[in-house]
Design a binder for this molecule. Structure first.
Ligand code: NAG
Length: 125
C-alpha cells in the first residue's frame, strides 16, 4: 500500500504531466480563470479595501481582463492599473498582459464595490 507522501508525489507528477499536454488553451489554463479578490483593510468611514486581480493560469498570459465593477469611480485609482470604461466595465492594466500567476493590486477607500472578472483572453501560443 502506498504511503500518503508517495501518493502525493505521484498525484503532483500526474498534474504536472497533464499541464504539459498540448491540448490547447482550455487544457492549459483549465478552470483557472482570472479572479478579483477584495480584502477589507480599514474599518473606518469610508472603509478601505485592497483589490487584487490575479491571472491564475500557470501557463499563459491573460490579456484584456475586464471586471464588472459597478459604479466604481476612476478618481479612486490610477487608470493605468484599473480603468473605468463605463458602468460595470473596468479594464485591468490597460488591457495589457498579466503574466502567468501575476497579480495587480490597488487600494481604495469608499463603500465596497462588488467586483468580478467578466471577460479576458489567454495568450497560450
Ligand atoms: C494597500 O494597503 C496595504 C496595507 O496598508 C499595503 O501593504 C499595500 O502596499 C497597499 N497597496 C498598494 C498598491 O498601495
Amino acid at each position: 500500500m502506498l504511503k500518503q507522501p508517495s501518493f502525493k508525489v505521484v498525484f503532483c507528477a500526474l498534474l504536472a504531466l497533464a499541464s504539459l499536454l498540448p491540448n490547447g488553451r482550455g487544457a492549459k489554463c483549465g478552470a483557472n480563470n482570472p479572479t478579483v479578490r477584495q480584502t477589507q483593510l480599514g474599518f473606518g468611514n469610508p472603509p478601505k479595501f485592497m483589490v487584487e486581480v490575479q491571472n491564475n493560469c500557470q501557463m499563459c498570459p491573460a490579456i484584456d481582463i475586464h471586471v464588472k465593477c459597478g459604479s466604481f469611480s476612476q478618481a479612486l485609482v490610477n487608470p493605468r492599473i484599473f480603468k473605468v470604461l463605463g458602468y460595470n466595465d473596468c479594464v485591468v492594466n490597460g488591457g495589457l498582459p498579466l503574466a502567468p500567476m501575476q497579480k495587480i493590486s490597488f487600494n481604495y477607500s469608499h463603500h465596497k464595490f462588488l467586483m468580478s472578472t467578466s471577460t479576458w483572453y489567454f495568450q497560450c501560443e
